[in-house]
Design a protein around this ligand. Structure first.
Ligand code: SD4
Length: 364
């Protein structure tokens, strides 16, 4: 449960000491640090941040409507003095294991009928880990975190990522499609006309070769969840996990596991996660550029809008055929999003709010 008294007491103490969120973040980051292979100092992952002054009202945001459930799990961690890093990992695990969603092993397969998953995670001290083209592992986000914590690398892919996961004790799940994915795949096979996916446009309209089935509860499936959180100690973290584009070419990897494209976190400024057509997010180094736009003084929403406008300038008339959305959180807890087309929403949880917010878009 959220311990409001403790939070207010700590807030009063720290604000009395005149610290800004960013100052508090760097103050807590310098205690009990590790130095990684790049000489970057970081808090050891997985350690609770006890004995540090809690001064920030936590907040978590995540993409699409599945984010509402995912945020609940993250919120429990954030309100128990947990790290944003733990919150964003735990939060998206809820979506990864939901067979009602196109994230995780229940998702649509590639055009050869095999589900391949991508994920990444990043903390407040530039530590990051990623996996891509990973098969038969239930929680790619947890493997991404292990890559970050247990290897000198940032990204492992395919067979190597799977071998690493197994060595870390992750179980190899059976190679079967979920009922919904099997049905969509059989439907797609009737035409099997591969072309570049039009992610999240046809999904929303419910037609086209890349459209997953409408869920029994009437909601549309999305194949990605991205989550950003700010913890009580002023630390930002982010995660992103996806099955990518349904019926994609074998081996295709989108933006979601790519640090700087699908996700970026810089505690001095803020964090950003992307969703939609990954190819067009990679092209503009999307998430990192949104963070840079915030560094220049833009609000999270204005920064997301600036990058969406860049994508549109590059794509020209083809922009009407793609959906891209950015979601951002600054280190003071302000949030914002912007998309190319209407239909993108994000889930927000804070001390005062729990709701789905419809993002503004370039086209109306
Ligand atoms: C990808 N960006 O693989 C992901 C897909 C996505 O909601 O976000 N779908 O390109």
């Amino acid at each position: 449960m959220y311990n409001r008294r403790k939070f207010i007491r700590a807030t009063a103490f720290s604000l009395g000491a005149g610290l800004t969120a960013a100052q508090a973040a760097s103050a807590t980051a310098t205690s009990n640090t590790n130095t990684d292979i790049n000489g970057i100092e970081s808090k050891p992952s997985g350690q609770p941040l006890k004995n540090t002054a809690a001064i920030i009202s936590p907040v978590v945001i995540s993409t699409w409507d599945a984010g509402l459930e995912a945020n609940k799990a993250a919120w429990t961690i954030l309100t128990n003095e947990g790290r944003a890093l733990d919150a964003v990992e735990r939060g998206v695990m809820v979506t990864e294991e939901s067979l009602n969603c196109c994230v995780g092993l229940g998702a649509n397969p590639d055009r050869d009928g095999i589900v391949t998953l991508d994920a990444c995670i990043m903390d407040e001290a530039f530590n990051c880990g990623a996996v891509a083209f990973l098969e038969r592992i239930k929680h790619p986000i947890c493997v991404a975190r292990r890559v970050m914590e247990k290897t000198p690398h940032v990204m492992l892919v395919g067979e190597g990522a799977q071998q690493f996961a197994q060595a870390e004790g992750f179980t190899l799940e059976p190679k079967v499609l979920s009922k919904t994915a099997q049905a969509s795949y059989e439907e797609w096979l009737k035409r099997s006309n591969y072309r570049s996916p039009r992610i999240n446009i046809e999904n929303q309209k419910g037609h086209g070769p890349f459209a997953p089935a409408k869920l029994p509860n009437g909601e549309w499936n999305h194949d990605t969840i991205g989550m950003l959180a700010l913890d009580m100690f002023g630390h930002l973290s982010g995660s992103c996990t996806t099955s990518g584009a349904g019926f994609k070419m074998r081996g295709r990897v989108g933006d979601s596991p790519i640090i700087g494209a699908g996700l970026y976190v810089d505690n001095e400024v803020g964090a950003c996660v992307a969703t939609g057509q990954g190819e067009d997010v990679i092209r503009v180094a999307g998430a990192s550029m949104v963070v840079e736009a915030m560094r220049q003084g833009r609000s999270p929403e204005a920064a997301c809008q600036a990058l969406i406008e860049r994508v549109i300038r590059i794509k020209k008339e083809k922009a009407k055929d793609i959906q891209v959305a950015f979601l951002a959180l600054d280190n003071k807890g302000n949030t914002g999003a912007y998309a190319i087309h209407p239909g993108f929403s994000y889930a927000l949880r804070s001390a005062t709010e729990e709701k789905l917010i419809v993002a503004k878009s370039y086209f109306t």
